[in-house]
Write a protein that binds this ligand. Structure first.
Ligand code: SF4
Ligand code: SF4
Length: 474
């Protein structure tokens, strides 16, 4: 039997099946122990995070009062560390050729209903210009795995193309990359190409289920996939983003696995994940959601988000347009700090709206609002939309970023940076209604900047932006 070791390099030791099962058993045995739950909540209030056992215990909680306190704590942590800021990004799909057989994804190799597409560099230019014209500054690059159609050289060339497109006042300042697990050598190349975060979802931590859901292709190899973040960090990528696709397997197992993965990165590299994404199974071409009995309902989803927030306070949390507007609204309050907006999940879907019969989308988007509508909605709900990419550009990544985040100082730069980038958006892309609301919000937020020097500089920069300058950051 393999033993649990969070600092191990081996998947079966840091995501140890027996430890997950023992944790679930421990949590279920104690599900009526309200005193123990209160103790764990008290620990959570110190904002130093929770262990996977503690988090699993709270996941079993059904006591109304403790649940209310749990949501309140998640809200407080969110507010203290991230304020009211919400960072915006957009996915960019490069290619849907894929040699894998993931049963929940329409890009799987055997699906003959979708047209396969791979963007040329010229098509990428068009997509990026369309994204810049919406106001986006931060992208998440997505591509199926196919050594023939999208080798690492293609991804690197595409990143270079993206960073070099400057249309009007537009610029993509941070390219996060979500591509298949690869070698240390390739991660080094991605790092040298200047990527922001490397994102890879585990899908499910349950090995047997993982192997069934990925019956063919290189992704079938559970250990290679699960150890990918270790190789990324060995390849000098400081910021990695993890996540599971909730609904593929039992949520308790995957929740514990997710927290253990974060603990592993912290134990081995001294830096936890930069982000955690919380996607859920959604309908798509060739995918029948009713085939996934483990799909989770909204109330449970909300509990999971709150517990991730309490367990890993310094990790950004991402939600996509798979979620409906109302579901997104609920989880923004209790933990989510980044959302996508105005997204297309099709290859080439920004420059040209797809014909229905030519569908190449990876999944249906529930939230179909434009970016401008999302910005208006966020501000109207009391949030400050941000297009900030400052940390990565200033070298504040990995442990440097975590040190600032843990000391609480990061907010001192996040706050003015959100106002700088929101000003750019309002000047260059906003509708008149959004602009009006945004200008009022910026005046209100400027008054909340405590440091007199930062406040003065922010006001100066905004004035300079009104006269045509761009790209100020702290
Ligand atoms: Fe390919 Fe990724 Fe879809 Fe799997 S999830 S079929 S690897 S694109
Ligand atoms: Fe993110 Fe850093 Fe910008 Fe804050 S200052 S929003 S942490 S990039």
């Amino acid at each position: 039997m393999t033993r649990y070791n969070p600092a191990s390099s081996r998947a079966e030791e840091f995501i140890n099946d027996q430890e997950i099962l023992d944790t679930i058993e421990y949590a279920q045995k104690n599900k009526d122990n309200l005193e123990l739950m209160r103790k764990v909540l008290e620990k959570g209030k110190k904002q130093q995070g929770l262990t996977h056992r503690e988090a699993a215990l709270l996941l079993e909680c059904e006591d109304e009062q403790i649940l209310a306190e749990m949501f309140e704590l998640a809200k407080q942590i969110k507010e203290r560390i991230y304020g009211r800021r919400i960072v915006l990004f957009a996915p960019l799909y490069l290619s849907n050729y894929c040699v894998n057989g993931c049963v929940y994804c329409p890009y799987h190799q055997k699906n003959k209903h979708i047209r396969r597409k791979k963007l040329t560099q010229e098509e990428i230019r068009k997509e990026v210009i369309a994204l810049q014209d919406m106001g986006h500054k931060r992208l998440a690059l997505e591509s199926g795995e196919d050594p023939l159609h999208s080798p690492i050289e293609y991804i690197l060339e595409s990143i270079d193309t993206i960073y070099n497109i400057h249309h009007k006042n537009g610029a993509i300042r941070r390219v996060n990359v979500n591509i298949a697990a690869t070698s240390v050598e390739n991660y080094k190349k991605l790092e040298q190409a200047g990527i922001g975060t490397y994102i890879l979802f585990q899908e499910t931590y349950h090995k047997e289920t993982y192997e069934q859901l990925h019956p063919t292709g290189p992704k079938h190899d559970y250990a290679y996939h699960t150890e990918a973040m270790d190789r990324a960090m060995e390849g000098d990528i400081d910021d990695v983003g993890i996540g599971v696709l909730f609904g593929l397997y039992k949520y308790r197992y995957d929740f514990v696995g997710l927290i253990m993965h974060a603990e592993h990165l912290e134990a081995k590299f001294g830096v936890g994940p930069h982000t955690i994404s919380v996607p859920r199974i959604r309908p798509a071409d060739d995918i029948d959601v009713s085939e996934f009995p483990e799909a989770i309902v909204d109330s449970l989803f909300k509990k999971i988000v709150a517990l991730i927030r309490i367990s890993t306070p310094y990790t950004g949390m991402i939600i996509s347009t798979r979620e409906s507007a109302s579901s997104r609204e609920e989880v923004l309050e209790i933990g989510v700090s980044q959302i996508s907006g105005g997204s297309s999940t099709s290859v080439g879907g920004y420059a040209e709206k797809e014909l229905l019969e030519d569908n190449s989308a990876q999944f249906d988007t529930s939230d179909k609002r434009t970016l401008d509508e999302i910005i208006y909605w966020l501000m109207n709900s009391g949030y400050v939309p941000s297009f900030c990419t400052a940390c990565y550009r200033a070298g504040r990544t990995g442990d440097r970023f975590m040190a600032l985040a843990k000391s609480g100082q990061i907010g001192n730069v996040c706050q003015p940076n959100s106002l700088m980038t929101l000003t750019e958006y309002l000047l260059d892309y906003a509708s008149p209604e959004t602009k009006k609301l945004g200008e009022q919000l910026i005046q209100k937020e400027l008054a909340h900047i405590l440091d007199a020097n930062v406040k003065r500089r922010s006001e100066e920069y905004i004035l300079q932006m009104e006269h045509g300058s761009r790209d100020f950051r702290f």
